[in-house]
Ligand binder design. Sequence first.
Ligand code: 13P
Length: 276
Amino acid sequence: MKSLKSCFQDAKKNKFAIGQFNFSAPEQLEAIVLAGKKTNTPVILGTSQGEARFFGLEKAVILRNYYRKIFPNIYLNLDHGMDIDFIKKAIDLGYDCVHFDGGHLSLEQNIKQAKEIVQYAHKRKALVEGEIKAIKGGSVVHEGMLHLSSLGYESVSQAEEFVEATNIDSLAINIGNVHGVFKNPIKLNINLLKELNQDVNCFLVLHGGSGTNTSDLKEAIKNGIVKININTELRIAWKQALRKELKKKTIKPYEVYPKVIEAVQKKVEEKIKLFK
Ligand code: 13P
């Protein structure tokens, strides 16, 4: 099994991105692993704090270990962790990476807490992702249009300062990306990404991959993004397939779920191909 760090190094060198696919149901998890295996591509299994609290941190680790027998290059990331004790618990249980979302804190507080988590994680061989300005939206289908004026963009000098002070492994950046799907496609500020890629000394990651212009995603990968998070589009694929299967007469879960798994797997494979 490759380490997650070596996957990121490989992605940076060869200009591709690793997909982080979030899950909160076992069928989604299975679909993500099967897509990774079928395409022989490392995949990150993401659980936000809410998803992890529902699914169970320990259960996620046990299932990751089980699925590593089927496909070894799968990695667990605690996405948008805000509670330091919960983040430490994920690390103790064996998560490969944790995302400390300090976007709601002052820069000073964010640096202080991120530093503490980085020291804790690195001693236990886990990676840490940081965030300076909270990334907007939520992983749902939003009713209206996204207005660019509602977004906050990354400050290059602040990002440099944050990375230097914390020794963080990766940074979730704000370049016009937002969580969820809107009526209009999301456009990225590639010029800002180019500056960040040149000046900020860590891996750069992109949240809010759903509903983003695909040519912008490709440009982002060319310009240093090594990880892209996808959640909303998988939730949509899961729900549409489940709704369709539940209309059938059967009451047998083993007749309902295969098509649901297949639909989510197809969506993950589509993203993996795009990220290459
Ligand atoms: P989307 O829901 O827009 O795919 O974003 C997912 C994400 O960034 C999780 O952190």
